[in-house]
Design a protein around this ligand. Structure first.
Ligand code: ATP
Length: 268
């Protein structure tokens, strides 16, 4: 099966294809050349070569884990779940992860315990999912929503109805029964696409769990007197500074721990 070029991929090819290789770009977009199904007697790639280049990283590579996490985001872009801008946001996160030694710190574990407690006693908690979160840990987001229980809602910064639907489909493939999409609900105090939300979800929530949030929306939710739990590796981001609780850890490490902690606290 060939991965259809998304708008983001078209933009990426504009940036990545040298000016003198316009023919190659055309071939890629038309599904020929190295990235297509019309190739005869040639190797068929499921995605453009620059997107599949990491598949060959050996497990013994010292940065194997970090590279594989990158791979998930890159695949998310290829599938139309994450945006190209999500790659940059991930890079910012990686830099801070490097500084904390790519490990869950003792402080992060404390934040996870506090977050689980707050999630379990919250009125109408909602899990807000963006492209990067869906690309990196869809299974754990669904597990958390079932364990609390809390509804899942898609909310993305860069406007795209198709991407919203793809994120919802991805969560459903991982076991979600229902995923809310933005409709008539509004988040006050922000002008970006993220002001749109579900009238039965974020609009009425007492607590919003927003892994990988952008600062504007976190501040707006707080102004609306909602509690906010975020996951953000950058302790200096506006999100980390304004959230009720910020878990300063990589989402891929924090999510399984949070699910486990919620289940544990529920039993006690
Ligand atoms: P601010 O909150 O200051 O407004 P921002 O909205 O501009 O920052 P983004 O560029 O949207 O921030 O980046 C998203 C944030 O998510 C960054 O602060 C980054 O540290 C964090 N981040 C990215 N990837 C991960 C990850 N895998 N785990 C945890 N945090 C991450």
């Amino acid at each position: 099966m060939t991965t259809a070029p998304t708008n983001d991929l078209v933009q990426a090819l504009d940036i990545l294809t040298p000016k003198n290789s316009q023919r190659l770009k055309q071939q890629l977009l038309q599904g020929r050349g190295h990235w297509g199904n019309k190739t005869e007697n040639r190797k068929i790639h499921k995605q453009p070569p620059f997107l599949s280049s990491l598949m060959s990283v050996p497990k013994s590579h010292p940065r194997y884990l970090s590279l594989m996490i990158r791979e998930r985001i890159v695949k998310g872009v290829a599938q139309g779940i994450a945006s190209m801008h999500g790659l940059l946001a991930h890079g910012r996160g990686e830099a801070f992860d490097y500084l904390v030694g790519e490990k869950t710190t003792r402080k992060a574990k404390q934040q996870i315990r506090k977050a689980a407690k707050l999630l379990l006693k919250a009125k109408r908690p909602i899990i807000s999912v963006n492209g990067n979160a869906a690309a990196l840990c869809p299974k754990e987001l669904v597990q958390l929503s079932k364990a609390i229980p809390a509804r899942l809602e898609v909310n993305i910064f860069h406007p795209s109805k198709s991407r919203e639907r793809k994120i919802a489909a991805c969560l459903k493939r991982h076991g979600a029964k229902e995923v809310l999409l933005p409709n008539k609900g509004r988040i006050k105090f922000i002008a970006s696409n993220r002001r749109f939300c579900s009238e039965n979800g974020i609009a009425k929530a007492g607590l919003v769990f927003v892994p990988l949030e952008d600062g504007d929306r976190c501040q707006a939710l707080i102004k609306m007197k909602k509690k906010v739990i975020s996951i953000d590796l950058n302790p200096m981001s506006r999100t980390a500074k304004s959230a009720t609780i910020n878990i300063q850890d990589n989402i891929v490490r924090a999510m399984p721990l949070l699910v486990k902690e919620v289940k544990k606290q529920k039993k006690n």
